[in-house]
Write a protein that binds this ligand. Structure first.
Ligand code: GTP
Ligand code: MG
Length: 191
């Protein structure tokens, strides 16, 4: 599946622009700057397939990438980012929620959590939306290279406790570092 890399298909700003629901689809959701776009690049082995940046709010559309002839990888705009015009943020968030709750071919959402910060209120909100929409989700800890092993274990325990409250959550977490390549094979096999 990953041998062919991946290709950018399109950026979507409204539900009406979505490609047909004719492939297996997984998406990457998470707070701004958590590392969604970087993770897609690590997964596909392509440096700049998805645009990543140190500035939160980089991804402003729903970006579809094709994988082989069978899958879509979907890069979502971040949530919980308040440092943009209110009306603009409201528009992304509405689109994000419409997508997460109403996309027929969405098979699994990966919810990315910064290993340094753990699950925040905005993450809980998204997880509850996924519960209600019956979209199975799996949590991915990102930037594991930035925390010491002890802090990583603590972060894992707290995250597991938070997941136990969500019926749509897979119990297994995936710990990743796009920088070091940690967890990338595990995530590929989950997809
Ligand atoms: P938005 O599109 O704004 O929602 O952000 P995003 O979640 O797509 O984050 P992005 O991939 O743009 O990464 C944000 C920053 O984190 C970039 O500067 C990345 O280089 C950095 N980053 C991402 N993953 C890792 C990682 O595993 N380790 C380290 N050290 N840095 C990372
Ligand atoms: Mg992004």
């Amino acid at each position: 599946l990953f041998a062919t890399g991946g290709e950018f298909l399109k950026g979507v700003v409204a539900m009406s622009g979505m490609p047909p629901s004719d492939r297996t689809e997984v998406c990457f959701a998470g707070r701004s700057n958590v590392g969604k776009s970087t993770l897609i690049n690590a997964l596909t082995g392509r440096k700049a397939l998805a645009r990543a940046s140190n500035t939160p709010g980089r991804t402003q559309e729903i970006n579809f990438f094709t994988l082989a002839d069978s899958h879509y990888l979907v890069d979502l705009p971040g949530y919980g980012y308040a440092n943009a015009p209110v009306a603009v943020v409201a528009k992304w968030q509405a689109l994000l929620k419409a997508y997460l709750s109403g996309r027929p071919s969405l098979r699994r959402a990966f919810v990315l959590i910064d290993a340094r910060h753990g699950v925040k209120a905005v993450d809980e909100e998204i997880m509850t939306l996924l519960d209600r929409s019956a979209v199975p989700f799996q949590t991915v800890l990102t930037k594991a290279d930035k925390v010491k092993e002890e802090a990583r274990e603590e972060s894992l325990d707290r995250t597991r406790a938070a997941l136990a409250r969500h019926p749509a959550a897979y119990p297994e977490l995936i710990v990743t570092s796009s920088e070091k390549g940690w967890g990338i094979p595990t995530l590929r096999s989950a997809i």
